[in-house]
Write a protein that binds this ligand. Structure first.
Ligand code: SAH
Ligand code: SF4
Length: 354
């Protein structure tokens, strides 16, 4: 078995599994293991009785399955479920959120433990970066939620948004591998059109994502209407200037009927004026874009306030004259599951914030 010892089965594709099994094992065994892991989503390969006992034992002793387990679970009054899922490699945990709805379910997954991008309005930023996730740990979050809630990606309407902890474009190879596995019609079976990855704007990686054969929709966290404002809120802008970000967006190879999504966290008295809205229009007006407004979700140590609903409405109206614009309804605020609130808050940390 040739792959690195710490590799888990989750995260391997058929070619990796073939390499792992070696030439002495018939090639169809790799496909059987792949089906068990991803199509049938088994939690334990011991359930796969089609595999000879000797093979199962040999495989699992060298390479653990790698499935994530529940460290903690929080249930919101609105039906949202936030998980702290334990990573078998080192016992750290990562946040994954399920937002159920009548007609569709959305799973929000993480790409890193913590985040190295220091956005001033985001709780995850306060953690710093602990580490990036492997492809298996990214896929494992989705498989866990699907299994636990009996969701079937091939027949149920399930969306994935990579808007949990971390900056996905700083972990792009693992993110892309996870997406290839999730979108394999002979495996987990998600459609590329059901997956969205959100970035704070790691400019050189945007083109790399655009060139990927299997790729999700792209969302860009804009959050400001001009360079100086963006630098103050998102220090990453000092490295990747707003003008260069907009150039990368213009050059992004959109597929037929595809839009670029932009997100704008509104902060009272900071970036929420009608003049800001008009500047956003001039930034995005010539792109095939949609804007999602998120009124700030507050949290301890976040030095900003949520704008009044009338301010949000006025901002939205100005944007809507030029491009589609929605206000995102916060989900799971009471359990720290909403955008920007993922910092492994424990039960004792939960205070009433509404
Ligand atoms: N790191 C990526 C993806 C995770 S953050 C990114 O920044 O895009 C997901 C979204 O939550 C981003 O659009 C971010 O701007 C937003 N966000 C962060 N903190 C927030 C807060 N306190 N309230 C509302 N939205 C927030
Ligand atoms: Fe990281 Fe996104 Fe939070 Fe910024 S908003 S600190 S990029 S998770």
């Amino acid at each position: 078995m040739g792959l690195r010892a710490q590799t888990t089965l989750l995260g391997l594709d058929v070619a990796d599994l073939r390499e792992l099994l070696g030439p002495a094992t018939p090639a169809y065994r790799a496909r059987q293991i792949y089906d068990a892991l991803y199509k049938r989503n088994v939690a334990d390969l011991e359930e796969s009785t089609e595999l000879p006992v000797e093979l199962r034992t040999r495989l699992l002793s060298a390479t653990p399955h790698g499935h994530l387990t529940v460290d903690q679970r929080f249930d919101s009054a609105d039906g949202t479920v936030r998980y702290l899922l334990k990573l078998p490699a080192d016992g750290r945990s990562v946040e994954t959120v399920l937002m159920p709805a009548d007609d569709r379910h959305t799973i929000c997954i993480s790409s890193q433990v913590g985040c190295p991008v220091d956005c001033k309005f985001c709780l995850t930023a306060q953690m710093g970066l602990e580490r990036s996730l492997s492809a298996g740990e990214i896929v494992g979050q989705v498989l866990h939620v699907c299994k636990e809630h009996r969701l079937e990606p091939r027949t149920d309407h399930v969306n994935i948004v990579m808007m949990g902890m971390g900056e996905p474009l700083l972990n792009l190879p693992n993110v892309l591998k996870a997406i290839r596995i999730l979108c394999d019609a002979n495996g987990v079976g998600f459609s590329q059109r059901r997956i969205t990855v959100s970035t704070s704007g790691i400019v050189p990686k945007i083109a790399e994502l655009g060139a990927a054969e299997v790729r999700p929709y792209l969302a860009i966290s804009l959050n400001a209407s001009h360079e100086e404002q963006r630098r103050a809120l998102m220090p990453i802008t000092k490295k990747y200037h707003l003008a260069d970000l907009m150039e990368a967006c213009k050059a992004y190879p959109l597929r037929p009927r595809e839009f670029l999504f932009f997100e704008y966290v509104m902060l009272r008295g900071v970036n929420d004026t009608d003049a800001d809205a008009r500047r956003v229009v001039s930034l995005l007006g010539n792109l095939r874009a949609k804007l999602n407004i998120i009124a700030l979700n507050p949290g301890p140590g976040i030095p900003f306030q949520t704008p009044d609903p009338e301010r949000v409405e006025s901002f939205q109206k100005i944007i809507m004259r030029s491009l589609p614009c929605y206000v995102r309804r916060p989900r799971g605020l009471d359990i720290y599951a909403a955008c920007g609130q993922l910092k492994k808050m424990q039960a004792g940390d939960l205070v009433t914030i509404q």
